[in-house]
Design a protein around this ligand. Structure first.
Ligand code: ADP
Ligand code: F6P
Length: 525
């Protein structure tokens, strides 16, 4: 994405300093970058959350609160691509404890079936609390009276509860982009009650998949003794709705890219550059251990070895988007994947041809669309994934109904894209069968499968997803809620206690002194 000038906020809302819609996500839609000449700029942030929310926020005059991707002071609020951005500062310790630690080394693996061992660390938990409070306070400052505040993803699960204490007038929604785990996994988390209470501070909690919604309701009852009702959960005198809202993509934009002559000609060029093989298989993932890259490489290699696919006439393009590179588990994964790619190429390459093209890079959306058009088979085989937008993008981009999607049963998208070659990625034989089946499908079979999926996406695009969530949240009558409990004059509630350096524990449990030094200043904001 091109850099944009650092413009001042001009909208009427922003002049008043208050917004009717406020989105909070760990990341802003753009990351701060510096080019070789030292010039600062902005680049679109990685991941499905940003892809989905970016077009929504461009249409609505709201504010987006998030981190700009670098440790240190936050830039002043600014407008980028018609979106009003309010950067949150994270210190180097915050990045290590809140982002790399508690969010991505504890919660991320735990919520993804524990495919890597979650690490539990009290100092990270304190950072997580402190940063969540910082986000809640920023939202409390910019939200207009009665505004809709939409909190996103696992980094910010304490925010709904904190924000409710700070601003009981707001309608608060929370959407989780990743899976919500079953009771026995969630209960490993030392902060389990605190996180559930944080989420239950929302009026509406949304999940990608019905299983996540069920897990959440079960946990609310089993962990906190909440009452489960027909419409949701009753907890401490308030009704909290919990429901499933599968996220989607900007289908019209993806179709536009798919029919753009420049993108089409780039797709043809990509195929030529790959040596015009009979079959191009494409995989596009952040380089994350949840994405099943190693299982996929193993299946592909076995297919080449036993001539299920012809090594002279097949290419796998593996795009591995750099992500979370400071975290040990991600560094170890990168080493393993790169070693495996070299091994496969060493054993199966010929002069001028390579069975695996490995690209550890980010691309712009047009280049990605060209890759989708160039691929006969799209292999989306995560071990666990909240949704997986790449699968949806591939289907939407291919307007002529050709192409073949191999999709893991453990991706949220499998609940909708039922005509794909659905596969258990842990089952090597099944994975090989699905890849070969997709590679050898004729045009009739491809269309028979792709058409209903494209039709489904046309009706369930990202606008429908956002409208579904926000309309539901907007219908929640503020007056129907039981008033917040009375607090002593001058008190700012339990969460303010965190800010003064104490962690909230359920009554009767030990109270632990927090180690995060900057939180006292936050409470005075
Ligand atoms: P996750 O959110 O776990 O990263 P998703 O598949 O849901 O996974 O979303 C990934 C998003 O990132 C998609 O919208 C995809 O288009 C985008 N993306 C994937 N690879 C690249 C890349 N190399 N460069 C830029 N964007 C990418
Ligand atoms: O939903 C998956 C997700 O974690 C998003 O929250 C995030 O935008 C994306 O993956 C990318 O991860 P990160 O922000 O850690 O680079």
């Amino acid at each position: 994405m091109a850099s944009a000038p650092h413009t001042g906020i001009s909208a009427r809302q922003a002049e008043a300093g208050r917004y009717d819609l406020v989105v909070l996500a760990n990341r802003l839609p753009v990351d701060r970058t510096t080019d070789e000449a030292g010039r600062p700029g902005w680049r679109q942030s990685p991941g499905g959350l940003v892809t989905a929310l970016h077009p929504i926020m461009k249409q609505r005059a709201g504010a987006w609160i998030g981190w700009h991707g670098l440790p240190g002071p936050a830039p002043s609020p600014f407008v980028h691509d018609d979106i009003h951005l309010h950067p949150i500062a994270l210190t180097a310790d915050d990045v290590e404890g809140y982002y790399e630690g508690q969010s991505n080394a504890t919660i991320w693996p735990l919520y993804h079936d524990g495919v890597e061992q979650p690490v539990f660390d009290r100092a990270w938990q304190d950072r997580y609390r402190a940063v969540n409070l910082r986000f809640a306070q920023a939202a409390a400052r910019v939200a207009a009276p009665g505004a809709l505040v939409w909190v996103h993803d696992y980094h910010l699960q304490l925010v709904p509860g904190m924000l409710r204490e700070l601003r009981p007038d707001l309608r608060i929604g929370f959407f989780l982009h990743i899976p919500f785990p079953p009771v026995e996994l969630f209960c490993q988390m030392p902060m389990r009650e605190e996180i559930m209470r944080g989420l239950l501070g929302a009026d509406l909690v949304g999940f990608q998949h019905a299983q996540g919604t069920r897990n959440f309701r079960t946990l609310a009852a089993e962990l906190l003794g909440a009452e489960i009702t027909d419409t949701g959960i009753r907890y401490q005198g308030r009704d909290v709705a919990a429901d499933t809202f599968p996220i989607s993509i900007d289908v019209a934009e993806q179709q536009r890219l798919g029919s753009d002559p420049a993108v089409r000609s780039r797709a043809a060029q990509i195929r030529r550059e790959l040596g015009d093989p009979r079959t191009v298989i494409l995989a596009v993932d952040r380089l994350d251990y949840t994405k099943g890259i190693e299982c996929r490489l193993r299946a592909y290699e076995e297919l080449l070895s036993r001539q299920g696919l012809d090594p002279a006439d097949t290419v796998l393009v593996q795009v591995a988007v750099p992500t979370r590179q400071q975290i040990d588990q991600y560094q170890a994964l990168r080493e393993r994947v790169e070693r495996e790619v070299s091994r496969i190429n060493g054993e199966h390459a010929g002069i001028g041809r390579m069975p695996v093209h490995y690209l550890h890079q980010s691309f712009d959306r047009a280049e990605l669309a060209a890759l989708y058009l160039a691929a006969d088979v799209m292999a989306v085989t995560p071990l666990r994934d909240g949704m997986n937008l790449v699968a949806k993008e591939y289907v939407a981009t291919r307007a002529d109904g050709t192409g073949a999607l191999v999709l893991s049963e453990f991706a949220g998208a499998a609940a909708e894209l039922r005509q794909a070659w659905l596969v258990n990625p842990h089952d090597l034989d099944a994975l090989e069968e699905a890849l070969a089946g997709a590679a050898f499908a004729d045009a009739d079979e491809q269309r028979r499968r792709m058409e209903p999926m494209r039709e489904h996406l046309r009706r369930h695009d990202v606008n429908a997803w956002a409208a579904g969530f926000l309309n539901r949240l907007g219908r929640i009558a503020v007056g129907s809620r039981t008033p917040a409990p009375q607090r002593a004059a001058g008190s700012r509630g339990r969460w303010a206690e965190h800010a003064r350096g104490w962690s909230a524990r359920p009554a009767g449990r030990p109270v632990v002194r927090s180690s995060s030094g900057d939180t006292a200043a936050l409470a005075r904001d």
